[in-house]
Design a protein around this ligand. Structure first.
Ligand SMILES: [Zn+2]
Length: 105
């Protein structure tokens, strides 16, 4: 999640696999990367709230790793959200890119 790989448009765009690097769900335009999706994106407000309940604290860039190493339950909670997020992004990526078509730019 933290290395910027995967299905983030910010990453896909760099390799020509997305027409732009921006989150399709947020205004104003913001590059879709791991930090945006996991910590800020409106798409995952529900998942994030659920995670914060389980972590008994805010989910922030600096605190996520601390949470993850503080207990097995919290590690699992963070991991569960990460998996849900990545699944969702993969679904969106598949629906966005028709097989073998040009982007048109
Ligand atoms: Zn977003």
């Amino acid at each position: 999640m933290r290395d910027g790989h995967g299905c983030f448009k910010g990453y896909l765009h760099r390799f020509g696999h997305a027409s732009d690097p921006y989150c399709a769900h947020c205004e104003p335009q913001v590059v879709e990367d791991a930090e945006h999706v996991f910590l800020h994106c409106g798409r995952f407000v529900g998942d994030r709230e659920e995670l914060e309940v389980r972590l008994e604290g805010r989910v922030e860039t600096e605190s996520v790793v601390e949470h993850m190493i503080s207990s097995k339950e919290k590690w699992v909670a963070v991991n569960t959200m990460a998996v849900a997020v990545m699944k969702q992004l993969r679904r969106e990526e598949r629906s966005r890119i028709p097989a073998n078509s040009e982007e048109g730019r």
